[in-house]
Design a binder for this molecule. Structure first.
Ligand code: CA
Length: 220
C-alpha cells in the first residue's frame, strides 16, 4: 500500500476502465472515430468524461460551458448528464472539427442542449459577461489553447456561480510541467497557470491526476 497516487501501468489502467467506465454507445463511437483523427491526442479520456458527468450531476447543473470543443466528446458527455432543459454553451474556432461533433450530438439526441459558438472563446465568453450572465453557470470545462488558459479561467470564474465548478484539462501536460529541462512556451504557460491557481483564494482547489491532469476549481 502507498499514500502516493499510483502510477498506472497498462494492465492496471485496463482494470480501471473495465471496472468503472460505462460509456454510452454514441460516446464510444465518437471516441473511436476521433482516434483516427490526426489530432487524436486532443481527445479526453473516457474515465475523465465519466468523472465530469458525475460532477455535473452532483452539482445539479443546468447551464455549462465547454471551452475547446474539438470533436465534441466533452460537450456530449456533459449534455447527456444534464436534465432535458440543460444547456451547454460550446466554444471553438474550428468548423472542421466541430462538424464531427455536431454529427454525434445529433445522433445522441442532445443537439438541442448544445449551442455552438464558432468564434474565439474569449470573445464568446466576453459577450456572455456583457449580456449579464455572470454567476449563472454551474460548470465550465476549459480545454483549449494553453496560452489563453488565464483568460478563459478569469472569464469562467465570473460566469460560474458561487459553488459552481471549473474543470481545466491537461494541467500535468504529460508530466512535462515537472521536468525542469522542458522550457517551451506551452509548458511554461501551464506551469504559470498552475502556480497562479495554487495561490488563488477565490477557489477551492484539487488537481486530480486523471488522464493528463484535471484541475477542479470550486468557486467560493
Ligand atoms: Ca485536452
Amino acid at each position: 500500500m502507498t499514500n502516493q497516487t499510483l502510477t498506472l501501468d497498462d494492465r492496471l489502467y485496463r482494470y480501471l476502465l473495465d471496472h468503472s467506465v460505462k460509456e454510452a454507445t454514441v460516446l464510444r463511437a465518437l471516441r473511436q472515430e476521433t482516434a483516427q483523427h490526426p489530432m487524436a491526442q486532443m481527445q479526453i479520456a473516457p474515465e475523465q468524461g465519466q468523472l465530469m458527468a458525475l460532477l455535473v450531476q452532483l452539482l445539479g447543473a443546468k447551464k455549462t460551458l465547454d471551452v475547446g470543443v474539438f470533436t465534441g466528446y466533452s460537450a456530449l458527455v456533459v449534455a447527456l448528464a444534464l436534465p432535458p432543459d440543460g444547456q451547454v454553451v460550446a466554444c471553438d474556432v474550428s468548423a472542421e472539427y466541430t462538424a464531427i461533433a455536431q454529427r454525434y450530438w445529433q445522433q445522441a439526441g442532445v443537439a438541442h442542449k448544445i449551442g455552438l459558438n464558432l468564434a474565439p472563446a474569449a470573445d464568446t465568453l466576453a459577450q456572455l459577461i456583457a449580456a449579464g450572465q455572470t454567476n449563472s453557470f454551474d460548470f465550465a470545462f476549459i480545454d483549449a489553447d494553453k496560452s489563453s488558459y488565464p483568460t478563459y479561467y478569469e472569464q469562467a470564474l465570473r460566469l460560474v456561480r458561487p459553488g459552481g465548478l471549473i474543470a481545466i484539462d491537461n494541467v500535468l501536460w504529460s508530466g512535462r510541467v515537472a521536468d525542469p529541462a522542458t522550457q517551451d512556451n506551452r509548458t511554461n504557460a501551464i506551469r504559470a497557470f498552475n502556480a497562479a491557481l495554487y495561490q488563488d483564494d477565490r477557489i477551492v482547489l484539487s488537481l486530480v491526476p486523471i488522464a493528463d491532469g484535471l484541475t477542479l476549481a470550486l468557486k467560493k
